[in-house]
Design a protein around this ligand. Sequence first.
Ligand code: F6R
Length: 249
Amino acid sequence: MPKVTILPDEKILSRTLAAQLVAALREKPDLVLGLPTGRTPIRLYHELGARYAKGEADLSRVTTFNLDEFLGVGPEHPGSYHAFMQEHLFARVNVPPRQINILNGAASDPAEECARYESAIVAAGGIDLQLLGIGTNGHIGFNEPARELAGKTHRVVLKASTRRSNAALFGGSEANVPREALSMGMATILRARRIIMIATGKSKAGCVNRMVNGPITTRMPASFLQLHRDVELMLDEPAAGELSVVGSG
Ligand code: F6R
């Protein structure tokens, strides 16, 4: 069962997690970090930037692997997760560009790009700490609810709800959001030595509860985190609002 930590609000949650990451970096300066995009980690990334600016954090030896990227979208595209990460994290801290890994959505051979990414994670020694967000439908990375889930980094068809929640990156129009993406697979994620999932806001309360207390099912990809031995769930109070029955299964 994941360890559940409930913080009063998003601001305190982001500060608390940033402090934990800074401590983890002191302990292991060459940490291999898995990173999400989305609305949830933005405050955390800015907080890390602020700590770097104050001389409290050094990310010069860190290696990062992002979870996913839209298919057909190159690193220079303003809607890409490359652009997102540059704006919210990498422009604010000192991770050397050669140590930043993000899937190339514009790769001419997506299958080869996925295989290359898997090998790069192995070559880096595996992911020490994987940060995750959660979609309201229970997706992690872009592993959408389905009859079957893929283990390795793969090409995925996005659900309408996922495309809707990413519309802001594409001029506010869901129609402009790519229909497919590349994503780390479930096994790629679950191989991380430690996982911290963050979820904030009332809209996440239902999926958070199903993830912790529901059955392990491919229809709720995040439920597989129940099988990992070092998972922490950091929630603000609204996201924890339906967790009244923790552990009752
Ligand atoms: C994106 C990712 C997704 C998001 C999820 C929640 O890299 O991994 O699984 O974590 O869609 O997104 P937000 O934070 O926007 O609610």
